[in-house]
Write a protein that binds this ligand. Structure first.
Ligand code: GLU
Length: 478
């Protein structure tokens, strides 16, 4: 059996769209599951759309997602160059060959003539005018340096058929296809031509890409046939929708890998979520690493119907990944977000990270989860009311001076010491510790819900700040 070779062939647009990342992932998974090679090819024939740094972004996004390619522009390989703009001569050679084989022809038609072919509905189809030019005329005009394009010569009759691994038999009437341009007047190939030449020369056995290419693939097959080349296997992937009516689109800037990373999603969670956009493994597991996906990947788990991008699910998955981190790992990731929060410079960020660890789904939300802690401002004393602990404002007024005293006396200010010391004092004085902690926590934070208990919050604030806040609350209650 021939070694499986798949490729990811992005155009350098300046961002890694999650739809593109999914194509890359499935191509990678298919290759690796079958012991094959995964190749990166940069499709940059549209030079007007050149974006500075776009290619580097493709390299880094793939590597950060764990999709290491065996061949590509920056890693080399036997089938290079892997950048289409560096393959101009190759395309020219094969275009000439295709002309000799009758699969293509030179076209000298002017813009005006092409425009005159537009019908009343605004549709235009090339009429094969230049196909019938005598050979001598073509040669004379080429020698005279007249501008030209090269067009595919598509049969006007019959049908073209192929089997897609996901969508089954695809048949089109050749009369519906157009003699598209293969080589533009600047000598650059179009996608229509370059994808065929490159996939063949790079030994691609399985072409994996979005469904938007499902209906143009018969045109490509006509070229494979004209050259006498073996067609690749086609695996077209279902669309990803933003909602029930709109496609997730790179044009609208929806769902870029980098944006999600910046928001505080972990790369592992993003690539895991992307895997689920159109594929479900047989065991229906949802949380998977890339190596686990390689193991489980199979085409029969790919759905035909569009999948909807669901950020709520991505959040959930991200939270799962975050919870699995050690406190140290979480702190390393959370640090920049804590540093941009209002508590930076006030409290110990590592302690704050520990409190937030189990309560964070997206790292970018850390500042808003903790900013309130920077300063205690007037709050509603009704917060002290708690039915279970039998506490209220009056009880707070009574007990807060005592708590203040314990805080002054406690020998160390870590959570355990605080907890044991205050708990012990309460027992001595016949006060329910739960009630005391409830009052203390509200008095030093002004919040009914906090990421940690009273002593955890106090140890984060430190003795001085805790005492200041107790004074504030004592004064407030009067
Ligand atoms: N450059 C094409 C794109 O970005 C690649 C399509 C393909 O994989 O053949 O859509």
């Amino acid at each position: 059996m021939k070694k499986v070779r798949t490729r990811f062939a992005p155009s350098p647009t300046g961002f890694m769209h999650l739809g593109g990342l999914r194509t890359a992932l499935y191509a990678y998974l298919y290759a690796k599951h079958n012991g094959g090679d995964f190749i990166l090819r940069i499709e940059d024939t549209d030079q007007q759309r050149y974006v500075e740094g776009a290619v580097e972004l493709i390299y880094s996004s793939l590597k950060e997602s764990g999709l290491y390619y065996d061949e590509g522009p920056d890693v080399g390989g036997d089938c290079g160059p892997y950048v289409q703009s560096q393959r101009k001569e190759i395309y020219a050679k094969y275009a000439k060959k295709l002309i000799e084989l009758g699969g293509a022809y030179y076209c000298f038609c002017s813009k005006e003539r092409l425009e005159s072919l537009t019908d009343e509905n605004g549709n235009r189809k090339y009429d094969k005018h230049c196909l019938s030019l005598p050979k001598e005329e073509v040669e004379r005009r080429l020698a005279a340096g007249e501008p030209y394009v090269i067009r595919q010569n598509i049969p006007t009759e019959g049908t073209s058929t192929y089997e897609d691994m996901i969508y089954g038999t695809i048949t089109v009437d050749n009369s519906e296809l157009e003699d598209n341009i293969l080589i533009k007047s600047d000598g650059m190939p179009t996608y229509n031509f370059a994808n065929v030449i490159d996939d063949h020369l790079m030994g691609i056995t399985h072409v994996i890409r979005g469904t938007e290419y499902l209906s143009s693939t018969p045109k490509y097959n006509l070229m494979y046939d004209a050259f006498g080349w073996e067609r690749p296997v086609y695996i077209h992937l279902p669309t990803i929708m933003k909602d029930a009516t709109r496609k997730l689109s790179k044009r609208y800037g929806d769902a870029n890998f980098d944006d999600f990373v910046k928001k505080g999603y972990l790369k592992e969670a993003i690539i895991n979520y992307v895997a689920l956009l159109g594929w479900a493994p047989k065991n229906n597991v949802e949380k998977m690493t890339v190596p686990e996906m390689v193991e489980l990947f199979s085409l029969d788990g790919i759905s035909k119907s569009p999948s909807i991008f669901d950020e709520v699910k991505l959040r959930w998955l991200n939270g799962e990944y975050i919870r699995e981190l050690s406190d140290g790992e979480f702190y390393a990731l959370a640090k920049p977000y804590l540093e941009s929060s209002d508590i930076n410079g006030l409290f110990d960020l590592e302690k704050a990270a520990k409190l937030l660890h189990g309560r964070t789904e997206v790292l970018g939300e850390i500042p808003e989860k903790i900013n309130w802690l920077a300063k205690l401002t007037a709050y509603d004393p009704a917060l002290f009311f708690n039915k279970k602990n039998k506490t209220d404002e009056n009880f707070a007024r009574e007990i807060l001076p005592k708590i203040k005293k314990y805080i002054e006396e406690v020998p160390a200010f870590d959570n355990d010491t605080l907890y044991q010391y205050i708990g012990g004092k309460c027992a001595e004085e016949g006060i329910k510790a739960g009630a005391a902690f409830w009052i203390m926590r509200i008095a030093i934070t002004g919040q009914a819900v906090t990421p940690g208990g009273a002593t955890e919050m106090a140890s984060l604030l430190g003795r001085e700040e805790t005492l200041k806040r107790l004074d504030f609350s004592i004064r407030m209650l009067g």
